[in-house]
Write a protein of this length. Structure first.
Length: 367
């Protein structure tokens, strides 16, 4: 396989954010022929283009390469289809990869039995002479059987992509970095006057606002699954990573406020670890707003809960927005009634699950 070979890479995303992921992928030069599908996007990339997409996407939750698809209505057909796939191109000789299986509305409905057959076929084609006691590490294999269609994929990212290890401190109810990145991306570019998170917590939205604006790639200490593929050029990858790790854009002015001192302390730690500067204040949003310049973009994840419990907070926040018409507000809310209480009209820009709660991103344009 050469770098001229084009691979089909599937990137998963939290359902509801497919269009946001598609827009992000369109900004990456290595992504070709982007196609939105349920639960994510498929793109064509070169073998080294995988590096750019996996490290460059801050919204995707995972990524894997589609290596083959076929139909099978029985175990004989499954074994034949699995046997034809180019396993040596993706898994080291002598390895015993983890195989994960999902079956839906198919003749092959027993995932455990499918897993056993797939593992046996892979081992037959990768086994070495003699009885090996140790096996080289290998990327995970994914098999999905849906209406008798078998889709086989090889892991490209490894651990879920929101586990980048960029947050050194975690607050009470942290948002996943991938979801925060999607909110930031959906809200558009940061204005010169800056970005304010009125309920910043441990600073995840501010961290992503800075990361999305400045660019630059972050390698995880534990690495990525594509580094386990046979033929991976570690030297070329290290050189590419060194070249692309530098930030290319200007950092936006970041403002954050929260009533909890511990949350502000965590936010300071996280932003400092990321090399980002911010004006962080331990204060109620109404008090903090006095120091926020005109024309700022507000991106906040407001508290969730019953409207009866949050009534006072929502009412005061709505009053603030009416007083500060200059603020371009993007608010993540846990219920449509919260938007009504604040005084927002219309449907959310995007909607997705955050910690099991259906949330919507609402926009109030600045005047």
């Amino acid at each position: 396989m050469t770098d001229s070979t084009r691979l089909k890479l599937f990137l998963s995303v939290c359902p509801g954010l497919e269009s946001v992921l598609m827009a992000e992928l369109a900004s990456l030069s290595a992504a070709e022929r982007i196609h939105e599908v349920q639960g994510g996007c498929e793109v064509r990339v070169s073998r080294t283009g995988v590096w750019d997409v996996v490290l460059g996407s801050r919204i995707a939750e995972s990524s894997r390469v589609r290596i083959g698809a076929f139909r099978a209505r029985d175990f004989s057909g499954l074994a034949k289809g699995i046997a034809k796939l180019p396993w040596a191109a993706w898994l080291p000789r002598g390895s015993k990869p983890e195989v994960r299986v999902a079956c839906k509305k198919s003749k092959l409905w027993h995932s455990g039995a499918v897993q056993e057959r797939v593992e046996n076929q892979i081992w037959e084609r990768l086994s070495l002479p003699g009885k090996a006691t140790t096996h080289p590490p290998a990327a995970r294999v994914y098999v999905r059987v849906d209406h008798d269609k078998v889709q086989v994929s090889i892991d490209a990212s490894g651990d879920l992509l929101h586990r980048r290890g960029e947050r050194t401190s975690v607050g009470r109810a942290p948002m996943r970095e991938t979801l925060a990145a999607a909110v930031v991306r959906a809200s558009g570019s940061a204005p010169e006057v800056g970005v304010w998170d009125a309920f910043c917590g441990s600073g995840t939205l501010l961290l992503e606002s800075g990361r999305v604006a400045t660019g630059g790639l972050t390698a995880r200490a534990e690495g990525y699954a594509f580094e386990l593929w046979p033929g991976h050029d570690a030297e070329a990858y290290a050189a590419w990573l060194s070249e692309n790790a530098e930030k290319t854009g200007a950092q936006p002015v970041l403002f954050g406020s929260d009533r909890e001192d511990k949350e502000i302390a965590a936010a300071k730690d996280n932003l400092a670890a990321a090399g980002l500067e911010a004006d962080l204040r331990s204060a109620d949003f109404a008090e903090a707003a006095k120091a926020i310049p005109r024309g700022v973009k507000l991106v906040s994840n407001l508290p969730y809960g019953r409207r009866s419990e949050l009534g006072g907070t929502l009412k005061r926040f709505g009053l603030l927005l009416r007083q500060r018409r200059d603020i371009d507000a993007w608010l993540l809310l846990g219920h449509a009634s919260h938007a009504q209480a604040i005084g927002l009209r219309g449907k959310p820009v995007v909607s997705f699950l955050n910690g099991g709660i259906r949330v919507g991103l609402y926009h109030r344009p600045g005047a």
